[in-house]
Ligand binder design. Structure first.
Ligand code: GRF
Length: 202
């Protein structure tokens, strides 16, 4: 399965997936890592793994539509079959999502539908939640509203700072995102409306 990744930041999730790929645990081919940020460390990680990279800086385009046209054309050329968002900080337009003929998956640092949008870990701490976690989901036209593929909970401690909770959640992100990529590549995930079914080996 040909996969591409969009990332804007540190790229630790990307790294977790690359690491599993290096261990030959993922039957995938990384065809490209794109970013809207020239300085994204995720690009360095991709280069170190010899994955083609491209940057689509916001300031090079008149509007989001033009930027997305470029991204889609690149993906088309690469023959992308699955797109992973890994800390990509631009919201993809409904048009992008409609035109993409491949599934798009995202990881979010809360148990959706709780705490969607930005600063999910801060939201959980400030709300006083006792449990939070992370969610891998299909991307639809809403903000963090697509069908849930996998979730894992982590405890929130009373004295937690946003950073402490984020670090605890990130560890779990690095575990479940590669798992989902593997299941997708093995075609063990099916989606019927909002429900996602995972075929487990018995
Ligand atoms: C993660 O917390 C992810 O859940 C969110 O953005 C962050 C990306 O971190 N969507 P990294 O760039 O993978 O380190």
């Amino acid at each position: 399965m040909k996969i591409a990744v969009l990332a804007s930041g540190k790229g630790t999730n990307l790294q977790a997936i690359i690491d599993e790929w290096f261990e030959e645990a993922l039957p995938v081919e990384f065809v490209g890592v794109g970013s809207d940020k020239v300085s994204a460390y995720a690009l360095k990680r991709a280069e170190a793994a010899h994955i083609p990279t491209r940057v689509f800086p916001k300031e090079n385009y008149a509007n989001r539509q033009e930027q997305e046209e470029d991204i889609l054309a690149w993906f088309e050329m690469l023959g992308v079959e699955l797109l992973l968002l890994a800390g990509y900080m631009r919201v993809l337009s409904p048009e992008f999502i409609r035109r993409a003929d491949f599934p798009i998956i995202n990881i979010h640092p809360s148990l959706l539908p709780s705490f969607p949008g930005l600063n999910a870990q801060k939201q959980a701490v400030e709300y006083g939640a006792k449990v939070s976690g992370c969610t891998v989901h299909f991307v639809d036209e809403g903000m963090d509203t697509g069908p849930v593929i996998m979730q894992e909970a982590v405890q929130v401690f009373e004295e937690d700072s946003e950073e402490e909770l984020a670090a605890r959640i990130l560890k779990v992100e690095h575990k479940i995102y590669p798992q989902v990529v593997r299941l997708m590549a093995l075609e063990k995930i099916t989606r019927k409306g909002r429900k996602v079914y995972i075929q487990r080996d018995s």
